[in-house]
Ligand binder design. Structure first.
Ligand SMILES: Nc1ncnc2c1ncn2[C@@H]1O[C@H](COP(=O)(O)OP(=O)(O)OP(=O)(O)O)[C@@H](O)[C@H]1O
Ligand SMILES: [Mg+2]
Length: 479
């Protein structure tokens, strides 16, 4: 956080300072310095924090002002006066929060804002950008998948006077969302990874999703850079919608940052030659799954354009490791079973990418795909789930386990493609899946877990990994 007095926050947000305190003392004149984290969750408040009291669908954040104070918060941003902390009262807390974030970006003249959008891989690419850019300058990036109208200003508020790069994942669930987010922190560099069928149920078509994502490149200045996936036709076409300099990336010969000679090791990690206008360099990724090649190319394009030398970029890409949980997390258990927990989220594209990785990593071993429902696919949902079952069979997955509501079409698709006997099975919930796996897993097996969020499969994956920490009596082995 760039330190600000509460009175400055009031000026920025057009609000009014109320300094009355709970103990009845007149706090007039108290103008605390906010120099800790800006938070919307009182539990995350720390010394010097500003607590932003949002009114959500279920909770009214004003109830937690005292809790924020107990954690060290010194002030609050509210829509009504509160007793427990000096506060700035505004008509619209969200609008004020956005104004505050924008003012902080504007106070750091040298910060380069890099925004990342796409249907799949935003968090993975954001994490990779953080790993690489921080070798070149002070970098702030969103935690986890904070990519919304709350997550973006929260992240922006973390910049300091010396932050060189601000990396922001930006999600779009409707037309206008990216336009809104890019006004909070205007990007100089915009990355569009892909336009898939995630959220097609809400948007209606891939073209509509493309139109929503194009708002990112439309927001870029003429001096900026649009890093576009040359292998995705809808993304490539965005070149005509931006004033910025376009950098096409991908395997296509049109790309100016390209990957050639891609190979995968037995762990599904990609190696390739990074070909750029600055020369070529070998890259060996430490991340699992071929889909990271495209993400790495986007990162390379950004890093080269902010002046990082090619050799440093190649080395930093190779040294990067997963930063966010449940994305192609690979655990080799002591008993020889490998668990791949990719159950953070799923859509048809990331499902295909994960199944292909399973096929590579499971070569010569028995493979299990434990798959949950892909949400928000609209009327095409059943067809997409059937296609997934068919793909699993074509990739020779040994055992397919479809888990829970909405996944019967996966099992049906697999059977249509020729799966018989126990090779494909539907189970009602994660407990049933656990019972099946516990009984049948054998040394050498490779298990992929993947589904949309909230299916519980990520916890099933954690449980399967924890099993290897248990001795036979079921108690934990001390570390
Ligand atoms: N370029 C890619 N193409 C397809 N799948 C990908 C790609 N990059 C990552 N994935 C996979 O997609 C899933 C989601 O990855 P990630 O969390 O990075 O995406 P996201 O776009 O941030 O998703 P969300 O919209 O949930 O924030 C993971 O299973 C990951 O392994
Ligand atoms: Mg994300």
């Amino acid at each position: 956080m760039i330190p600000l007095r509460l009175s400055e926050i009031a000026r920025i947000t057009g609000g009014e300072v109320h300094a009355a305190t709970a103990d009845g003392m007149d706090g007039a004149g108290s103008d605390p310095l906010v120099d800790g984290p800006v938070v919307t969750d009182s539990r995350e408040a720390a010394a010097g924090s500003l607590y932003v009291a949002r009114i959500g669908e279920v909770m009214d954040g004003h109830q937690f002002v005292a809790a924020a104070r107990a954690q060290g918060a010194v002030a609050a941003l509210t829509s009504r006066p509160v007793a427990d902390l000096p506060c700035v009262v505004v008509a619209d807390v969200q609008a004020a929060f956005v104004s505050l974030a924008r003012a902080l970006v504007d106070r750091n003249a040298q910060v380069v804002v890099v925004a990342v959008t796409g249907s799949s891989g935003k968090t993975s690419t954001k994490d990779l950008l953080l790993s690489v850019l921080q070798c070149h300058g002070e970098t702030v990036a969103n935690v986890g998948s904070l990519n919304s109208e709350v997550g973006v200003p929260l992240t922006v508020c973390r910049i300091t006077p010396t932050t060189a790069y601000l990396v922001l994942e930006m999600g779009a669930r409707a037309i206008g969302h990216l336009d809104y987010l890019t006004r909070i922190a205007p990007p100089q560099i915009g990355v569009v990874l892909n336009v898939g069928s995630a959220h097609v149920g809400e948007f209606g078509s891939r073209e509509a999703i493309g139109a929503a994502k194009a708002e990112l490149v439309q927001a870029l200045p003429a001096t900026g850079f649009a890093v576009l996936n040359a292998d995705d036709p809808i993304v490539s076409r965005m070149a005509s919608q931006t004033r910025a300099h376009v950098i096409p990336v991908g395997e296509s010969t049109q790309a100016t940052v390209r990957a050639v000679d891609i190979s995968l090791d037995a762990q599904g990690r990609a190696s390739f030659t990074l070909v750029t206008e600055q020369g070529s360099a070998p890259v060996a990724l430490g991340l699992h799954g071929e889909h990271h090649v495209g993400n790495a190319l986007a990162v390379a394009a950004v890093a080269l354009n902010v002046g990082m030398p090619l050799q440093d970029v190649a080395m930093a890409l190779g040294e990067a490791r997963p930063l966010s949980r449940w994305r192609m997390e690979v655990h080799d258990r002591a008993d020889g079973v490998t668990i791949i927990n990719d159950a953070y989220n799923a859509n048809p594209d990331s499902m295909r990418a994960a199944l292909k990785s399973l096929a590579v990593m499971g070569k010569g071993r028995r493979t299990w795909a434990v798959l949950g429902e892909m949400l928000e696919l609209g009327p095409g949902s059943i067809t997409e789930h059937e296609a997934l079952g068919r793909l699993a069979v074509r990739l020779n997955v040994s055992r397919l386990v479809a888990v829970g509501k909405g996944t019967q079409p996966i099992d049906n698709g697999a059977r249509d493609e020729g799966s018989s006997g126990e090779a494909s099975i539907w189970v009602p919930d994660t407990d049933a899946a656990y019972a099946l796996l516990e009984q049948q897993l054998a040394p050498g097996d490779v298990v992929l877990l993947k589904s949309s969020r909230d299916s519980g499969l990520r916890w099933l994956g954690d449980r399967l990994v924890d099993d290897s920490l248990m001795d036979n009596s079921g108690s934990e082995v001390p570390s």
